[in-house]
Design a protein around this ligand. Sequence first.
Ligand code: S3P
Length: 210
Amino acid sequence: MSVALAERKKEDRELQLSRIIEALGAKSIVLIGLMGAGKTAVGKRLGAKLDLPFVDADKEIEQAAGQSITEIFAEHGETYFRQGERKVIARLLEAGPQVLATGGGAYMTAETRTTIKERGISIWLRAELPVLLHRVKRRNHRPLLTGRDNEQVMRNLMAERYPIYAEADIIVESRDVPHEVIVKETIDALAAKLDCQNTGPWAPRSDKVI
Ligand code: S3P
């Protein structure tokens, strides 16, 4: 690729990113999906590309509670955790624009879904069971999985949650490829959804404005 071509492509990408930021206004990009879908890994990189703060809802809940999620589940139970999760996410969504990664169960709370629809653009990182299982087995900090048959739990959660996650504004297929690939696909999907496609001279033909 010539230097001039590379330079033009870079300019087009930058234009695409600035159009996304402009179209977002005060809305947040909200990542949803099951444990292991890559919300944190993708969210951090997406935030860096768009020059937006990355916020992890689970970390914020832990900070607000002064306890780890494992401790909250063990001492107070899941219902209490969900109440805190709902409140913390409502508070965080007042502060857009940002990239917000939510815990896997957050979008299942109807009130949280409504707030996300009002104040954000939701992206479901959808993944198949083997991808999720492979990723969650690497760490042991998730109370819904600890001491349980991970495959069975994940199958149940997929059956229960995927029809609801499908309400998201954008769906991106998360899979075993470098995170940067998923980030690029997410940016292209955002541009399409927010109607700020790359229309520069190096855009795919169908997008070109002549
Ligand atoms: C949960 C997912 C976790 C965390 C909590 C409950 C869930 O977050 O919020 O353990 O219900 O799926 P991640 O999806 O970031 O692992």
